[in-house]
Design a protein. Structure first.
Length: 135
């Protein structure tokens, strides 16, 4: 029994310090800054890439939800007005639930497919096809 305890301690000491959440899908944290009456998200392209969505689609959603004008510049997004960091975090969660996660299997392996005037979320994991409201 003492040998087992020693082996267990030795194994624990060799484990890495960093722990992961166990999730394979994580939204990067929003890095925003307020300058005057403008709010800038510096890692906007990184967030859109992690969600596997077009930056314009995400920008349109955020602009509509915050009722403000927004523009894209390379890897960042500019919004008219002063917005707090937690506002963007909350809206990213809403966007992810409505436009990224599959409503059937709850996996992020989806794409938005547009057919005529309708949009659908097509899941690569389970094959489900669900309608999605327009942005």
């Amino acid at each position: 029994m003492k040998d087992y305890a020693k082996l267990l301690e030795r194994a624990k000491s060799r484990l890495p310090e960093e722990k992961t959440t166990g999730k394979r899908f994580e939204i990067p944290r929003v890095r925003s800054r307020v300058i005057g009456m403008k709010t800038i998200i510096h890692n906007f392209k990184e967030i859109a890439d992690a969600l596997n969505r077009e930056p314009r689609h995400l920008m349109k959603f955020l602009s509509n939800e915050m009722a403000t004008a927004g523009s894209l510049e390379e890897t960042r997004a500019n919004f008219q007005g002063r917005f707090r960091f937690d506002t963007f975090e909350r809206l990213m969660r809403i966007y992810t639930d409505n436009f990224v996660m599959c409503p059937v299997c709850r996996r992020p392996d989806t794409q938005i497919v547009r057919e005529k005037r309708l949009s659908f979320i097509v899941c690569a994991a389970c094959g489900a096809r669900s309608s999605v409201k327009p942005v």
